[in-house]
Design a protein around this ligand. Sequence first.
Ligand code: SAH
Length: 241
Amino acid sequence: MSSAARKIRLLMLLRRNGVGSTDVLRAMELIPRELFVPPTFHDQAYEDTALPIGHGQTISQPMVVGLMTQALNLSDRLKVLEIGTGSGYQAAVLAKIARRVYTVERHRPLLAEAEARFQALRLHNITARHGDGMRGWPQAAPFERILVTAGGAMDPPPDLMDQLAVGGVMVIPLGPDRRSLHVVRLRKTETGVEREQLWPVRFVPLLPEVPAEAGPGVEQGAVPTPALIPPDFSEVIHQRA
Ligand code: SAH
């Protein structure tokens, strides 16, 4: 099967399973996921599965990207902050729908690779930065939307909540531990925060600080790799609230 045919098959799968937004489907059609995965996984780029991208991290399962992007309810007038750039795929999808995307990654080499992809695809409305995303991006705040693509705590990092605009929406995996996370949608109002639990999901952890590592472009072969955590598709779909 050609890569174009595999891509169409994936988009149809997403649509059948709840990604009804034409903006989201169009964005995922426009962004070539194979450019965001290592060459050895090119043949799996349009399978509905998370894939390793090095440094113990993964590019999210397309179903999770589709549902989380849709949960943000984006428009071309909104400014989005993403935490956990990883491969850059999710940021690229956001950039096709939102006005401007800010994204933060704590692994310098991953950030450098993602930035090269944004350049190659001429995604000029993405600004990426190395740092601890739990601190957000105060200089560019407030954000109408915040998407966190790593998880592990019961509550969102306070700095991110502060940097969310009133009326804004944050989508973030929350839970007591990494193995029992839910994607949660938080809406900031004049008086507080509304919380809506969406569906169970598995994610790599949101970690504080930045790791000590070599500069951009330096390959690190022997980084201890936490097990790849492909979010379980049936779990994501069938247990949706
Ligand atoms: N959005 C990515 C996949 C996320 S993997 C994609 O589309 O490919 C989660 C990423 O979050 C990893 O790259 C990890 O290094 C990063 N991360 C974890 N904790 C972080 C933090 N505190 N600040 C910034 N990035 C973080």
